[in-house]
Design a protein around this ligand. Structure first.
Ligand SMILES: C[S@@+](CC[C@H](N)C(=O)[O-])C[C@H]1O[C@@H](n2cnc3c(N)ncnc32)[C@H](O)[C@@H]1O
Length: 277
């Protein structure tokens, strides 16, 4: 009879989890409140922990993402609380964070605004690495703002960030101008949502996914609302979906953002566009 850690790897593998060893480590670390390095074939679980393990595996079988079950997700250099009210942070978005940090350091930027802050993983990572920066994060979802506040508190960033519930489509009560604006808006075409993986479709909020009929609605709105909020010489950094870079460049060109740079992610996909005002 294999040990319970090996059994868990086998059970996760049987239900189709693609990284069963990694997930077993994450689950055991969570159950035992230990680091992932400390858990393995020597780990033992109490009967209560075994019951919880069975529930976790059942939820994974029902396609619930592990981060939403455990309540946290590692992103960039930090750990973020997540739940069903926020998009699970994606590794693809780290490129935007790295580019924003580079710019903020080169240009000695002091202020940053994020449209669609969600869990806060983007702006809070940037603020953590740039102590001179202060930020404002906006989200339409009240529950997402609550999670972002929790993450700001955990990272000791509450003194440097204002988190506001609001819709960037309607005029925002923001009088200041920012040197950096970032956004990873919803960019899936409405018609493609039904075909998304169950882990995404059933557990990420629709409000974080749906980019309208052609997936570009939010970019059109942001191109208009961002302009007066950006300082002259300031930058806007946007995450885009696969194949959307040219369309998004055209949308921003029409608003007068001609100066641009496109950055690819590790898979070589055009993922982040940087416009200068
Ligand atoms: C793709 S998620 C990105 C979340 C987070 N920035 C990240 O990268 O993980 C987009 C976010 O935009 C928010 N959102 C959608 N429509 C919005 C609107 N009209 N005004 C403000 N926020 C909106 C959603 O609630 C969601 O949190």
């Amino acid at each position: 009879m294999p040990d319970i850690f090996t059994q868990t790897i086998n059970n996760l593998s049987i239900i189709g989890i693609s990284s069963p060893r990694l997930e077993a480590r994450m689950i055991f670390a969570f159950l035992l409140d230990q680091s992932q390095d400390a858990v393995g074939t020597n780990s033992t679980l109490s009967p209560q922990q075994q019951e919880l393990l069975a529930k976790i595996i059942k939820r994974r079988k029902d396609h619930e993402p592990l981060d939403k079950i455990l309540g946290y997700r590692d992103f960039y250099k930090y750990s973020f609380a997540v739940d069903c009210n926020v998009l699970s942070p994606r590794p693809d978005s780290e490129i935007l964070v790295e580019e924003a940090i580079k710019l903020a350091k080169e240009e000695k930027t002091t202020s940053i605004l994020e449209f669609g802050v969600g869990s806060g993983c983007l702006i809070l990572s940037i603020l953590s690495d740039c102590p001179q920066l202060r930020g404002v994060g906006i989200d339409k979802s009240t529950k997402a703002i609550e999670i972002a506040k929790k993450n700001a508190e955990q990272l000791n960033l509450l003194p440097r960030i204002t988190l506001k519930q609001g819709d960037y489509f309607s005029p925002l009560d923001i009088s200041e101008k920012f040197s950096l604006i970032i956004s990873n808006p919803p960019y899936i075409s409405s018609g493609d949502i039904a075909a998304l993986d169950l882990e995404v479709k059933n557990f990420d909020p629709l409000m974080a996914l749906d980019g309208g009929p052609d997936g570009l609605c939010h970019y059109r709105q942001i191109a208009v609302v961002a302009k007066p909020l950006l300082q002259d010489g300031g930058h806007i950094l946007l995450e885009v979906g696969q194949g959307q870079a040219d369309d998004v460049c055209n949308i921003f060109d029409r608003q007068g953002f001609a100066d641009k740079k496109i950055v690819c992610d590790l898979a070589g996909i055009q993922r982040c566009i940087i416009f200068k005002k």
